[in-house]
Design a protein around this ligand. Structure first.
Ligand code: GDP
Length: 296
């Protein structure tokens, strides 16, 4: 069993209690442990580098006072910086646009898009009293369309009728038209993922975006994703333009490094977290919870 970061930094730095300020050498030793902890938590390497640089700047020369152990002081710097980088305030889904407000969900297959679409529809319907239409744009897997229809029936939320043979962007247009005619407040567009990041998925997502002009484009990403999270988030942001990220499987035993990686490379807020398979398992994002996990 590894000691946690706090104990490790204590072991390195606490002997310096009351000795003026932290030297570069002291901080270097601490940085090695911080870097290791972040990599163990699956934070992408490039993000680890930029993060440790920021912490380093604050830690070198920091005054070591008698009342606070130096290890704890550096842990606090790390924790505060993690929360700052993750985004300190929770961000709501923006529905401030002409109805029906289109919201597009993107991400890899299996990341939790369809489940999250239903969770979001449920929250908007029950809590926010909005009239929501859900549409599956997954023309490759009939089971995916059926999955959304089943969720809609269970939740008593409308889904766009399935028409076989239409292109995803045409389904998106049909969904917006149905949204207008039916007096819906929100149209949720659940797009098709792929097993890996590929050009097909990107060009399709770009076409759907052009057709529906979504007010929000949410990347749904599994919080257990490791180093790949960076490429995924960057690619979607560059090609389609994200407005936010939803992290799923927070209830799993992942260390949450993907959250920091995706937030850091895109600068886009993490808006929501999926905390289970059921449709009520959706929460606002809590940076401190993820920061605590990353620190171990
Ligand atoms: P999609 O292919 O991106 O649409 O993914 P799905 O929505 O079908 O989800 C894939 C699997 O992950 C399903 O078995 C979901 O029940 C499960 N899932 C989705 N979100 C969560 C979550 O937050 N926690 C857990 N434990 N499971 C989830």
């Amino acid at each position: 069993m590894f000691d946690n970061l706090s104990e490790k930094l204590g072991g390195i730095l606490d002997r310096l209690t009351g000795r003026g300020s932290l030297s570069e050498a002291d901080v270097d030793a601490a940085m090695r442990e911080i870097r290791r902890a972040l990599l163990e938590a699956d934070v992408a390497l490039e993000v680890v580098r930029s993060f440790t640089e920021k912490v380093r700047e604050q830690a070198v020369g920091a005054t070591v006072v008698k009342s606070v152990k130096p290890g704890q002081m550096v842990v606090k710097i790390v924790n505060d910086e993690l929360i700052a980088m993750l985004g300190s305030d929770s961000q709501a889904i923006d529905l401030n646009a002409v109805a029906p407000v289109p919201i597009m969900m993107v991400g890899l297959q299996g990341s939790g898009k369809t489940t999250t679409t239903a969770k979001l529809a449920r929250r908007m319907t029950q809590r926010d009293k909005r009239k929501v239409l859900m549409a599956s744009l997954d023309v490759y897997r009939p089971a995916a369309m059926e999955q959304l229809a089943v969720l809609g029936r269970d939740l008593e939320i409308d889904t766009l009728p399935i028409v076989v043979g239409q292109k995803p962007q045409d389904i998106a247009r049909r969904a917006m038209e149905a949204g207008r005619l039916g007096g819906y407040d929100v149209v949720l567009l659940d797009t098709a993922g792929r097993t890996t990041l590929d050009e097909d998925m990107m060009s399709e997502a770009a076409e759907i975006k052009a057709a529906a002009n979504p007010h929000e484009v949410l990347l749904v990403a599994d919080s257990l994703t490791g180093q790949d999270a960076v490429n995924l988030a960057r690619a979607f942001d560059e090609r389609v333009g994200l407005t936010g990220i939803v992290l799923t499987r927070i209830d799993g035993d992942g260390r949450g490094g993907a959250a920091l990686s995706m937030r850091a490379v895109t600068g886009k807020p993490i808006k929501l977290m999926g905390t289970g398979e059921k449709t009520d398992a959706l929460e606002d994002f809590h940076p401190s919870r993820i920061a605590g996990r990353i620190l171990g």
